[in-house]
Design a protein around this ligand. Structure first.
Ligand code: BGC
Length: 549
């Protein structure tokens, strides 16, 4: 296998998909594997490479499946194990890979391990983190600030407190117990044996707890995660692991493993890691008409091993997290993007991409262009490729998890069930109503957002420089312009973005490329040859260009 094909994920475009929301195959009002399998042609046509599935396991669904009660079952709402296997085979037959969520940190309180642990039944007594006082680890922050007053909850049955970094009904597993480690490796093997292509590993910074620390990113946690990778590499070569570690770049760097000083040595922890801090800064730069926030965070991002890749995103199934910004920046982003209290959740904003930018097609495209041209593998959140809206009247993060809008028929083509049986109402309020925003309409319209995103994907696939190129900012143009070069294997991409609502003229120093004739990768137009002086390019309001040099 060539180096490039063994690191396919560096060139990949990911598509994050919530099974419940995507397509209902049996008419019960909830999305399922049968419905999803029947819609795979759409994803193939869109051109994405890898689907990331939100949890599909046995669960009381108090955290949409991140509260797992049975790691070995498919949730009956989604179908059977056979339906899951049919889906995997159908995806593979279309050249689509599939990764699934692996929730290592916690289970549901309904999990039989927790029920046995509450009763001190062996061998489960120490499967969770128990305390007589609930006073330990006071330096650990609370993540779900709007709903949880503490990381400890008292269990009257055992007469002790249990530790949980998320909802009180999601007790954290005790990784100091070797039996827990073995259980989770078994879970991992089970799903890899069924043919999936890897995992998005949920909430990995919090596996171990140690007194006097903030209980995040501990050496013990990294040691276990490297064990996970070793199992994957040895027993399932070619499978990938994507880390969800919502941390500053220098704290995410160790999740790639390898040598902290020498980036030439290969990573041995995660193949991929989300770049959380860059995401809110894309929105900040756009609002401030100033590239600085993006430049600063990427200049602060340490190099990662050559066999690793960042994953970038504009939105996902959670609130748009503002944990990795300063307090002042958070207040600014809340003010600008979430003026109503209902739009806020914990330290974030529970809105989708299109409403965040007032449904302004130019800004939606600009943000996507940044996503596709900056370093990292982009992840598209289902529905954002057609500019779906949200429903801020639904609780928690449900407002960004509404049914996929396929057409203007009943229930947006999502389900044949009566409307009152849908797991969540379809969006009917203009301008995001499904009569207006849907796949069928955008498929038929060559000028639609769907076609633009599809085109972005197609162009990206033709040029390895997008996934593999290094990054060099051109800081000569005015601050509303984000200009950068990406270079790989003799090819160079010059990406230009105008973050402002006015026209911008750039005079670029391209003296390293004198005599070259840039080509616009998005429309194949040829630009004037690069001469000795500054190279002039005009950008309309929120304009962007992808130039091959
Ligand atoms: C997931 C959330 C979930 C939490 C607890 C997060 O990282 O993305 O949706 O609520 O983990 O499992």
């Amino acid at each position: 296998m060539s180096e490039e094909s063994s690191t396919w994920y560096k060139d990949a475009v990911f598509y994050e998909l919530y099974i419940r929301a995507f397509a209902d195959g049996n008419g019960d009002g909830k999305g399922d594997f049968a419905g999803l399998t029947a819609r795979l042609d759409y994803l193939q046509e869109l051109g994405v490479d890898c689907i990331w599935l939100l949890p599909m396991y046995g669960s009381p669904l108090l955290d949409d499946g991140y509260d797992i009660a049975d790691f070995y079952a498919i949730h009956p709402d989604y179908g059977t194990l056979a339906d899951f296997c049919t889906f995997i085979a159908a995806a593979h037959a279309r050249g689509l890979r599939v990764i699934v969520d692996l929730v290592l940190n916690h289970t549901s309180d309904q999990h039989p391990w927790f029920q046995a642990s509450r009763r001190c039944q062996e061998p489960y007594t120490d499967y969770y983190v128990w305390s007589k006082t609930g006073q330990e680890y006071a330096n650990a922050r609370i993540i779900f600030l709007d709903s949880e007053p503490s990381n400890w909850t008292f269990d009257p049955l055992r007469g002790e407190y249990y530790w949980h970094r998320f909802f009180f009904h999601q007790p954290d597993l005790n990784y100091d117990n070797p039996a827990v480690q073995a259980e989770m490796l078994r879970v991992m093997r089970y799903w890899l044996d069924l043919g999936i292509d890897g995992f998005r590993a949920d909430a990995v910074p919090y596996l171990f707890e140690r007194a006097g620390t903030n209980c995040e990113n501990l050496p013990e946690t990294h040691a276990f995660l490297r064990r996970v990778r070793a199992v994957a590499d040895t027993e399932y070569p070619g499978k990938i692991l994507l880390a969800e570690a919502n941390q500053w770049p220098e704290d995410v760097r160790p999740y790639f493993g390898g040598d902290p000083v020498d980036p030439c040595l290969p990573g041995d922890e995660f193949n991929l890691g989300f770049h959380f801090p860059v995401m809110p800064r894309l929105y900040m730069a756009l609002r401030q008409h100033d590239r600085s926030a993006i430049v600063d965070i990427l200049q602060r991002t340490p190099p990662i091993p050559g066999n690793c890749q960042w994953c970038t995103f504009l939105r996902n199934h959670d609130e748009l997290t503002l944990e990795m910004v300063t307090e002042e920046e958070r207040q600014y982003l809340w003010r600008e993007y979430a003026p109503e209290p209902r739009m806020r959740l914990n330290l974030g904003i529970r809105r989708r991409l299109a409403p965040l930018v007032d449904n302004d097609r130019r800004r939606i495209e600009l943000l996507n262009s940044l996503l596709f041209t900056l370093p990292g593998s982009p992840i598209i959140y289902y529905g954002d490729e057609i500019g779906m809206g949200d429903n801020i009247w639904l609780p928690d993060r449900n407002g960004v998890r509404t049914p996929m809008q396929w057409d203007d028929g009943p229930n947006a083509g999502f389900s044949t069930s009566p409307a009152e049986s849908l797991y969540a109402p379809v969006i009917t309020a203009p301008p995001y109503d499904y009569a207006c925003i849907n796949v069928a309409a955008q498929r038929a319209d060559p000028g639609s957002l769907l076609h633009t995103i599809r085109h972005f994907i197609q162009v990206r696939k033709l040029h390895p420089v997008f996934g593999r190129g290094d990054l060099c900012f051109l800081l000569g143009p005015p601050r509303p312009v984000l200009a950068f070069l990406r270079s790989y294997g003799g090819a160079t991409l010059l990406a230009l973005h105008n973050l402002s609502d006015g026209r911008q003229s750039c005079a670029l120093d391209l003296s390293a490329f004198i005599g070259q004739v840039p080509c616009d990768l998005l429309n194949d137009a040829t630009l004037p040859a690069i001469g000795a002086g500054p190279y002039a390019v005009e950008l309309p309001a929120y304009g962007y260009r992808w130039l091959g040099i």
